[in-house]
Design a protein around this ligand. Structure first.
Ligand SMILES: *Cc1c(COP(=O)(O)O)cnc(C)c1O
Length: 378
């Protein structure tokens, strides 16, 4: 076959991809350290990545030990039902194991919710500046995405309630939200749930739950009994420090969980990830340490922003979005100095950059480089 006809073939085959798939704008991840090292010829050790809300403490030593032990069994398929991990989660949270769905990261459970409930002709509601996976997961099913304007960068729940249409099957809410760090109080969320039609699923994404002060947390799991249309998702990627392993979970009514499991890959969570997650869950000391370090670091960053005369969006998570003039240029100059933060123009916030709270040393380095960049640009 000559080159010309194979070119035509590839056009033909791609044109048969559904238009809603072709319309998807790819997810833009934070730049990996290795990539920046290759691009600018810096040593990897001299680069700090504060771009993907990863845990600067790494992972629990207990989780690491469990992973090493699990290596010996790697020739075997994982437990497709995730019995041990679901049992451990059920015990820890006082929720029946039948209500727990495991995911390859919580991204996976968000997609399962979308695939189990959305289709062309249906719609999903989410907020402006909300986590990028909601529109992606929605579009991949051919359903329509309804983006509701934010209010002070946070979810406008009243407007989101009004945006629900006859064909709406799912509403996505992130609490706290990424990349804004905004938080919704329990009473407001509960009122929203009470008003939501019972046939509309609320997918409540609590990826940063562990970073919240205990007094600010919703009793979202307690609401499951009253609201069969509630799905709560959590993850081991953030406070548990296991982002590279890909393991997350959701709580839902057993029948909703059953539907989500039907669209789940049979072995979506690896054996190593399952073993690590069980051990990580048992090490709440590590989670407490992570939250305490984050609170300290958040204070250091915001104190630094104040000193530099920059404004920021008060954040309840492990990152903070701040406003700088010449945003794209500041981002590039920080890269050249070995500091990776996250531009969020793709989230409709072209004047902000998002920085993840790092260790004390990383936060100080970031602030020093940011100050140098701003001085150079003045
Ligand atoms: C990071 C994040 C997730 C989780 O990502 P996974 O690694 O797939 O668990 C989910 N929701 C939000 C809002 C996030 O920021």
């Amino acid at each position: 076959m000559n080159t010309l006809s194979s070119l035509q073939d590839i056009v033909d085959v791609c044109e048969r991809s559904p238009s809603y798939v072709r319309a998807i704008a790819p997810y833009q991840p934070g730049k990996p350290i290795s990539e920046l090292a290759r691009e600018i010829g810096l040593e990897e050790e001299s680069i700090i990545k504060l771009a993907s809300n990863e845990n600067p403490l790494g992972a629990s030593p207990k989780a690491l030990a469990a992973m090493r032990a699990a290596l010996d069994e790697v020739a075997r398929y994982p437990d497709g039902n995730g019995f041990e991990l679901r049992t451990a989660l059920a015990k820890m949270y006082g929720v029946a194991a039948a209500r727990i769905v495991l995911g390859n990261g919580s991204n996976d459970v968000l997609e399962m919710a979308a695939h189990a409930f959305l289709e062309p002709g249906a719609s999903a509601v989410y907020s402006q500046h909300a986590f990028a996976v909601y529109p992606l997961a929605t579009q991949a099913t051919g359903a329509a995405g309804i983006e509701v304007p934010a209010r002070d960068f946070g979810h406008d729940l009243d407007a989101m309630g009004r945006a629900v249409r006859g064909d709406t099957r799912v509403v996505f809410v992130a609490n706290p939200n990424n990349p804004t760090g905004t938080w919704i109080a329990a009473d407001r969320l509960h009122a929203f749930l009470r008003k939501l039609p019972a046939h509309v699923l609320l997918v409540l994404d609590e990826a940063y739950y562990e970073y919240l002060d205990p007094g600010l947390r919703s009793d979202s799991l307690g609401w499951l009994e009253q609201f069969p249309n509630l799905v709560v998702s959590r993850t081991f990627s953030k406070a548990y420090g296991l982002a590279g392993l890909r393991v997350g979970f959701a709580f839902a009514h057993p029948q909703v969980a059953g539907l989500m499991n039907r669209v789940r890959q049979p072995f979506n969570v690896s054996s190593i990830a399952q073993a690590a997650a069980v051990a990580a869950l048992a090490d709440q000391e590590f989670v407490h340490k992570s939250r305490a370090l984050n609170a300290q670091g958040m204070l250091a960053l915001t104190t630094g922003f104040k000193r530099l005369g920059l404004s920021w969006i008060p954040s309840y998570a492990n990152f903070v979005s701040f406003k700088v003039p010449n945003t794209a240029e500041v981002f590039q100059r920080l890269l050249r100095r070995g500091v990776i933060v996250r531009p969020i123009a793709g989230y409709g916030m072209p004047e902000h950059l998002r920085v993840t709270v790092g260790t004390g040393a990383e936060n100080a380095r970031f602030l020093a480089e940011l100050e140098a960049v701003l001085t150079d640009l003045r």
